[in-house]
Design a protein around this ligand. Sequence first.
Ligand code: NIG
Ligand code: FE
Length: 416
Amino acid sequence: MSILIKNIKKLVQVEDNIRLKVAGKDMAHVQSIDDGWLFLENDKISGFGSMKSLPDINAEKTIDATGKMVFPSFVDSHTHLVYAGSREIEYIDKIKGLSYEEIAKRGGGILNSSKRLQAASEEELYHAAKLRIEEIIAQGTGAVEIKSGYGLNTEAELKMLRVIRRLKETMPVQIKATFLGAHAVPAEYKGKQTEYVDLVINEMIPAVAAEDLADYIDVFCDKGFFTVEDTDRMLMAGIKYGLRPKIHANELDYSGGVQVGVKYNALSVDHLEYVDDEEIEALLNSETMPTILPGAAFFLGLEYSPVRKMMDAGLPVAIASDFNPGSSPSGNMKFMMSLACINYKMLPEEVINATTINTAYAMGLSEELGSIAVGKKANIFITKEIPTIEFMPYAYGSDLIDTVILKGQIVKLLNC
Ligand code: NIG
Ligand code: FE
């Protein structure tokens, strides 16, 4: 299949030389081509440029994008989108004033989802997750990381990861799987946290690796969840099996999670509501992508991560959705862009970099996704007619996506 898209009002986030990530002041710059064309062959981008210099191209399909823009698909580097059931009852508890930690202590939160996931079949979990993925595809996402972590015993963690493997095999989006056995201490290990950590290390990690079910390992390193010492042990064990860390850190307090993540060369440390000079210092000169999850901070009413301070210090920043039933029941990356602009005072160009190249880096995929560059995967979307790129985060409730192309195939066509 070959597709030529022509008369593109703006071809956004183009690169002649592929960058693995964008940091500091560079985040405020997005390179674009006005009145452009884009040629996709098979599953790859094979050329682009300005309409003034459109070569003679013989395409099987031509799309006229007059008035519309083309973006690289969003990359969502942090989700928990395989889950059983929703948790709107806790949402009411939250409205009434209970904190995330209080809900968790009462057996709500992650343990509530865990009970339901343990009772669900692989088939049920697959179909529910498939619907969620179809929804985020329509919202412009072209790659997504999915974590386990609602199983909390070996069998159920493996079940979740097998569902993620099936999604990898059947869905047009690019998927990476992360093992998050250390998401919470299950009820039967209450008061015996170290024993649960031992179970993760001695039984779960080897079992996950034996079936090659995960790309990465995660730990919820935070106040009331896993300590730095627990995290240290589990990350070391994961690395022995080839699982690079991508961890939850500093959502609820200064947990030491950023430092332990950097110590083990984590691909990303995520949440980061609590970040000060020490955390910034640890992240500078590291290969770890600081990732913020504006949906969770919005939904739970958390502190806002000091993103501007991080960028001023020269750090890159990525933005992911955290799509999960407890703290961010949405995987809408365009809405995450809007939240990041409004609540974190990020500029539209900064949020474009944060939701494309930098999240691609945080999934280990920035050589193949995250920008419009020759040789990269043909994962893009065409907008409806919009006046400017700033209009994307500005019109925060509008569906502005017209056509989605993943791996060079049109997967959604609306109004055209
Ligand atoms: O990223 N912080 C830990 N885990 C999830 C919440 C999952 C849940 O509440 O089910 C998060 O916010
Ligand atoms: Fe999360």
